[in-house]
Design a protein around this ligand. Sequence first.
Ligand code: MLT
Length: 266
Amino acid sequence: MKKAHINNVEIAYEDIGSGPAVLLLHGFPLNGRMWTPVVEALSDQYRVIIPDLRGMGESEGTPVTSTTTSMGDYADDAAGLLDHLNIREPVVVVGLSMGGYVVFEFHRLHPARVRALGLIDTRSEGDSPEGAKGRAEQAKRVLAEGSHVVADAMKDKIFGPEVDPALKQKWHGIMAGTSPKGVAAALEALRNRSDFTPTLGQIDVPTLIVVGEYDVITPPAGAKAMHAAIRGSSLEVIPGAGHVPPLEQPAAFGRVLRQFLDGLKH
Ligand code: MLT
């Protein structure tokens, strides 16, 4: 993993291949290794950049002097990483679930840097008041008891019924081993995030929407609604996958993303 000092945080990232840049943003509380199974399908023609979002994976968390973390912080870190890598041309920004929420913020805050969007197993809505309250309570428990609180709650929800039990166990361990402060900060960003639904009609870059057939966290119905609202977007449902198609069905997911990138004719 490479490291760069960005916005007062040490961000770990991978930078693989060469060609037009594609930024891959992971979900909560995962890390950039969730994209590893699909890198090979892209890196012969594309420069694949995979940060660990602050506080997750090998990236440092928000400094203690700063009291809050927002989705905008993760988006600004991604833009700072592009600066660090001297990438000035617009890039394809792809995010899964929470990574998708960061994609929406990145598009709002840094529109000139966006060539196209990939919205993978995500949603445009913010949290409901009850959902936000649940996140605040969960954050308190994570700080007191550890990240296994979230890992235990998520392990059965993120994967579809066909998942290899070893994969599920491996990612349960990764989630449980994520820094409690990083997880609590992400829960804060999640509960305070904006609702992008009213602005979906203003998206004017090519957009790929992908959802796993069995995703129960951000189900196919929501993906279809985003597809209807984003002009010219394409929608792909990955058979047999739950909430994380890049881990569950990497060949099918890699094909879909590759086809989208090739179709952009950089
Ligand atoms: C994720 O996979 O990033 C989270 O499930 C997103 C969420 O909880 O809203």
